[in-house]
Design a protein around this ligand. Structure first.
Ligand SMILES: [Fe+2]
Length: 196
C-alpha cells in the first residue's frame, strides 16, 4: 500500500506533545487565594496541619498494605482481609485531606519520598513481623494520628475553619477510633477453645 504525502501542518492536531518541561505553576508551600471567606493566614495554618495529617495517614495506609501482604499465622485470613479494609478507608481519608488542601489554595504532599521525610510515624522494618507486632505498630500509628488530629481540629475550629474541623472530626477521628477498636480486640490473651 502506498503512503500518501500530506500537506505541511495537516498532522499538527494528531502529533503527540509528550516532551514538555516548564517551571511549576505553584511551588509547594505557596498559597493561591480562593473566594471561600477565609483569610490567607487561616488557610495557611490549615494547609500546614492537613499536610502533616496527610503524610501520617498515607504512612498508616501503607503500613496497613504492608501488613496485609505480609500477614502470617493462624489468623492470616481475617487479618489479611481486615488490614485491607482499613487500608481502603485510610485511602478515602487521604483523598479527602489532599483535596481539602487544594480547596484551601495550598499544595498537597503526594509522593513517597516527601511523605517519608514528613511523617511522624516511625519507619517500619522492611522484613516481616508476627501478627501481634504488626497490630502493635498499627495501634501506635493510630494513636499518633488521633492525638495530632484532635489538636488540629480544635485549632481549626478556633480560627473559624469549620470545613477542616468537620473533616478531621467527622471523618479522620471517627474512622481512626473505629479501626483502633477493631484492631485492639485481636490482642487480648483469651483461651481459644475452653474457658478457664
Ligand atoms: Fe490484596
Amino acid at each position: 500500500m502506498s503512503v500518501k504525502a500530506v500537506d505541511g501542518n495537516v498532522m499538527d492536531h494528531a502529533t503527540r506533545l509528550a516532551q514538555q518541561h516548564a517551571p511549576e505553576v505553584q511551588p509547594y508551600g505557596h498559597l493561591v487565594r480562593l473566594p471561600i471567606g477565609l483569610s490567607e493566614a487561616v488557610c495557611r495554618e490549615s494547609v500546614q496541619s492537613l499536610n502533616q495529617l496527610l503524610a501520617d495517614t498515607i504512612t498508616l495506609r501503607d503500613l496497613y498494605k504492608k501488613h496485609h501482604w505480609q500477614a502470617l499465622g493462624p489468623t492470616f485470613y481475617q487479618l489479611h482481609v481486615l488490614f485491607d479494609k482499613h487500608a481502603g478507608k485510610q485511602s478515602v481519608l487521604v483523598d479527602a485531606m489532599a483535596e481539602r488542601i487544594q480547596m484551601l489554595g495550598g499544595v498537597c504532599l503526594a509522593m513517597a519520598a516527601d511523605i517519608a521525610e514528613t511523617t511522624l510515624i516511625p519507619r517500619a522494618p522492611k522484613g516481616r513481623d508476627a501478627a501481634p507486632v504488626q497490630i502493635a505498630r498499627l495501634l501506635h500509628a493510630h494513636e499518633l494520628v488521633l492525638k495530632e488530629a484532635r489538636a488540629m481540629a480544635r485549632l481549626a475550629a478556633a480560627r473559624g475553619d469549620d470545613g477542616t474541623n468537620d473533616l478531621i472530626v467527622s471523618d479522620v477521628i471517627r474512622a481512626n477510633e473505629m479501626q483502633v477498636w477493631f484492631l485492639s480486640a485481636h490482642v487480648v490473651d483469651m483461651p481459644r477453645m475452653r474457658a478457664e
